[in-house]
Design a binder for this molecule. Structure first.
Ligand code: UGA
Length: 444
């Protein structure tokens, strides 16, 4: 199968590489010529574990090429995927589809008869219809089909998610389109990965519904965690107890500082926008968005309370800036809300992240010391705040950490430690939805 992937962002690059790994001949296309040049030289523009090896391997095998010329890239393709960005538009929640439409417009003239055009980008329901119109208008007489094949990979474990997915969703208009996509996915279907074949609109909506549901699960657990803090109950056990019911499931039940990233915040807003526009409001999702935004701010109160209200002049070691571990992505990260508020309250931030510092530097400013390693951040700080669940923060040498900090005070927004180990190590330890380890004395 010959595949063209228009757009080499996160989804495009990972999907293109993985399709090549599955045996297809893939041309990855992007109009950013500098990026294509770097990719040809083996430089990967994103931090994604295992991706560089896979790109190298498939490039060497001749199954993966990179192009900045769209005509050259899509020549001879049986399937053209559109995997360009769909950022938030100018109206609250609306999705900016200009890149998708521009891609449809650009490919229209060069498509061969019978090509299948598939959206991999996350696009609002009914976008496929618009793509069809754009291509038909530009290339009259062309026989082509439009399909939707949403992607469910997570940053940080994108390759595994792509090659070992829970399911494949395809929205098609005909059996021919179905067969083409089934052929492309044959290596996964042979391993009994479930496939759901539906119409284009249903596939488009399934993607948003899935992300919104996962976001809802997280927001729900975060609220229950707040209730645990008020009552002395333990969220880890509540969450485990709920998750053992297979109807609920144990995943996406971890409390934290509020969800972030390039997908949940954007996709929930987009779903609410579309639903309102179509007259079927999604009240639950709207509330989830609100609760999640409030949560990020509430984390500041939590830190402030742990510092007994006195943040002015306090040195705070912030461990973790990315929206989650194993990525350098800062988009909608809780750190982007928490750090500016701490700075406003007069704190001095000593920030560390294993991968995200260079991005964070462009997004945050003020009284921040950017630290090369976690030890430098901790040294002489009045307290440490863990925002991202990087493995290296879950494996701190607690005795050494205690020596580095001015006071043994840790606010852990990811529950990386048990209360017992923190008590044993002699820390005042404030986490999420669990009793604090040392009762914080009321401010005089
Ligand atoms: C998410 C979805 O999980 C993917 O299935 C989807 O393909 C992707 O969006 C997308 O639409 O492209 P991703 O944004 O990479 O993937 O990140 P997740 O691992 O799902 O985490 C999202 C946020 O939820 C993070 O801030 C994370 O820390 C938070 N989270 C996750 C929790 O607070 N608790 C949990 O139990 C799980």
């Amino acid at each position: 199968m010959r595949v063209a992937m228009v757009g080499t962002g996160y989804v495009g690059l990972v999907s293109g590489t993985c399709f090549a790994e599955m045996g297809a001949v893939v041309a990855c296309i992007d109009n950013d010529a500098a990026k294509i040049k770097r990719l040809r030289n083996g430089q990967i523009p994103i931090y994604e574990p295992g991706l560089d090896e896979l790109v190298k391997k498939n490039k060497a095998a001749g199954r993966l090429t990179f192009h900045d010329n769209i005509r050259q890239g899509i020549a001879g393709a049986d399937i053209v995927f559109i995997a360009v960005g769909t950022p938030t538009g100018i109206y609250e929640g609306q999705t900016d589809l200009s890149y998708v439409y521009a891609a449809a417009e650009e490919i229209a003239s060069y498509l061969q008869q019978g090509t299948l055009v598939v959206t991999k980008s996350t696009v609002p329901v009914k976008t496929g219809e618009r793509i069809r119109k754009i291509i038909s208008k530009k290339n009259k007489g062309l026989k082509f089909q439009v399909a939707s094949n949403p992607e469910f990979l997570r940053e940080g474990c994108a390759i595994k998610d792509f090659l070992e997915p829970d399911r494949i969703i395809i929205g098609v208009e005909s059996q021919t389109a179905r067969r083409k996509l089934e052929k492309l996915y044959a290596p996964l279907l042979d391993r009994n990965v479930p496939i759901l074949v539906t119409d284009v609109k249903t596939a488009e909506l399934t993607k948003y519904a899935a992300n919104a549901f996962l976001a809802t699960k997280i927001a729900f657990v975060n609220e229950v965690a707040d209730l645990c803090e008020k009552t002395g109950a333990n969220i880890e056990d509540v969450s485990a107890g709920m998750g053992l019911d297979h109807r609920i499931g144990k995943d996406y039940m971890k409390p934290g500082p509020g969800y972030g990233g390039s997908c949940f915040p954007k996709d929930t807003r987009s779903l609410v926008y579309t639903a309102n526009k179509l007259g079927a409001p999604t009240h639950i999702v709207a509330t989830v968005i609100e609760a999640n935004e409030r949560r990020k701010l509430n984390m500041v109160d939590k830190i402030s309370e742990a510092a007994q209200g006195a943040l002015r002049g306090k040195k705070i070691a912030v461990l973790g800036l990315a929206f989650k571990a194993n990525t350098d992505d800062m988009r909608d990260s809780s750190s982007l809300v928490i750090i500016p508020e701490l700075l406003k309250a007069g704190a001095i931030i000593r920030a560390h992240d294993p991968e995200a510092i260079s991005h964070a530097r462009n997004l945050l400013s003020g009284n921040i010391v950017w630290c090369e390693d976690k030890e430098a951040a901790l040294k002489g700080a009045d307290m440490a705040v863990i925002i991202t669940e990087w493995k290296e923060y879950a494996q701190l040498d607690l005795a050494a950490t205690k020596k580095l900090l001015k006071k043994p005070l840790i606010v852990d927004l990811r529950n990386l430690y048990t209360l017992e180990e923190m008590e044993k190590a002699g820390f005042t330890y404030v986490s999420i939805g669990r009793n604090p380890v040392t009762k914080i004395k009321a401010r005089k």
